[in-house]
Design a protein around this ligand. Structure first.
Ligand SMILES: [Fe+2]
Length: 457
């Protein structure tokens, strides 16, 4: 469609002439031009149909003044009916369709169609335009350029499955398909206030994830030197060379107040003590040891001293943490250009607020990471941990981490003005019923300018 005015709400519907039917009326909004006073975005990831109801979508659909919804991926999940997070699906009336794991064109189409039947997703789609990128589950778990954790040899050629998933994603998502459907990186300018750079960290250029278990030797010894060297390998790619160069050119060309990256995986440096990362000790037990070292250091056993002396290492090697040099390139570009960098991330199912520092400790930007719409978070991985203690322990262990909520589902509201960029984490009380309440869990802001590059209350 052409001839639309900037910064204007439009209503639309579809008519099927031969069938004599009309769709419900949808509402959309065009991008502002010039000096926009405010941009407000609702940010989502990890909407898992069998895991629960999409109450986060319903809450966002009722928010006033949204310019757009951003979906950072895992819009669908590829698993079979008996697969991940499906324990309550039958009771909720949300069994996955088709029954089997998605492989074929018809499989992927049916799954997208099922998700689109959800009334809360329909309400969101009718309320605001959506800007989306895929993560891994639109194709298969922990996908990378040439494979995926959840793609086995008996499931055919990965290149075919990947192309199928990409084709169906474009069929069902509001995107423009270019000459190469696999190239989805693109920029949206909200006037001179926000440049939103949508990235693909998943399928276009990503090298294979490292496996932390491959650095553990006999007796549980950890080859920290080899691990550190391979994580920092300057050749390791997450965006790939072409997309990296594109992003650098956009950051150079755009002088918008806020340079926002809409992308999948966590960029914040989440180093945790190696014994915790290797699951030799729980977060809570480690925090208790730190406490003991402060209050009664003489009582520490040699083994406890060794645990406390172990280095901190990244634990999520599927995130930017597993691609350290690629992250330095992005952070270094933003810093050199003196841009106000705000990174949006999903993928982890939990809520995070991070300061983004390069390896020299320079402040380069901040990260707001959205919780999942419905996929389970750390409360399901560590059911015996108290969620408040768990989140507080991680916040204490990880320096750049300013905020964590590891047990609640919801979404993120981002409001950018010339004075600040604000993130509000919205949480729903449950995903197991369509009756719910929603609350704002935390609000953090970042101010423009080199002196402001940190999350503040
Ligand atoms: Fe997910």
């Amino acid at each position: 469609m052409t001839g639309l005015s900037a910064n204007t709400r439009y209503f639309y519907r579809f008519t099927w002439v031969e069938g004599g039917t009309r769709s419900p009326v949808g509402r959309t909004k065009t991008l502002p031009s010039g000096a926009a006073s405010q941009v407000r975005l609702a940010v989502f990831s990890c909407s898992n149909y069998p895991a629960g109801f999409f109450n986060a979508y319903a809450d966002a659909a009722a928010q006033p003044d949204l310019d757009a919804a951003l979906h950072l991926g895992d819009f669908i999940y590829e698993y079979s009916r008996a697969g991940y997070a499906s324990q309550n699906a039958a009771a909720l009336g949300r069994l996955s369709d088709p029954d089997a794991e998605l492989i074929t064109l018809s499989d992927y189409r049916r799954r997208h169609a099922q998700y689109r039947s959800d009334p809360d997703l329909q309400a969101l789609a009718a309320a605001v335009p959506m800007i989306a990128v895929w993560d891994d589950h639109e194709s298969a778990n922990n996908a990378w350029r040439d494979g995926a954790e959840n793609h086995q040899s008996g499931e055919g050629d990965w290149a075919v499955r990947k192309a199928t998933a990409i084709r169906v994603w474009h069929e069902w998502m509001p995107t423009r398909v270019g000459a190469d459907p696999g190239k989805t990186w693109r920029r949206f300018d909200f006037g001179t206030l926000v440049s939103l750079h949508m990235l693909d960290t998943r399928l276009a250029g990503r090298d294979r994830q490292l496996d932390i278990a491959s650095y553990v030797g006999a007796g549980g010894s950890f080859d920290g030197a080899r691990f550190a060297a391979e994580v920092a390998d300057p050749n390791r790619q997450l965006l790939g060379a072409e997309q990296t160069a594109w992003l650098q050119a956009q950051l150079q060309a755009s002088t918008a107040t806020w340079q926002v990256l809409g992308q999948q995986v966590l960029m914040g440096r989440m180093n945790i003590p190696a014994p915790v990362a290797l699951q030799q000790i729980t977060v809570g037990a480690y925090a208790a040891l730190v406490q003991k070292a402060q209050t009664a250091p003489g009582t520490l056993t040699p083994q406890e001293q060794a645990t406390l002396a172990a280095p901190s290492i990244p634990y999520n090697l599927d995130a930017w943490d597993g691609y350290a040099a690629a992250r330095e390139t992005v952070l270094g570009t933003a810093r050199t250009l003196d841009r106000n960098l705000v990174v949006l991330a999903g993928d982890t199912h939990n809520a995070w607020g991070n300061d983004l520092l390069d390896l020299q400790g320079n402040r380069c930007g901040v990260e707001f990471a959205t919780p999942s719409v419905s996929s389970p978070g750390f409360e399901a991985v560590f059911p015996n941990e108290n969620p408040q203690v768990f989140a507080a322990s991680i916040e204490a262990l990880i320096g750049p981490l300013q905020y964590a909520d590891t047990s609640r589902r919801g979404y993120l509201l981002i409001t950018a003005t010339s004075a600040e960029c604000r993130g509000e984490w919205r949480f729903v009380s449950t995903t197991q019923s369509r009756t719910y309440t929603a609350t704002t869990g935390r609000t953090l802001r970042v101010l423009p300018g080199a002196a402001g590059r940190a999350l503040v209350a």
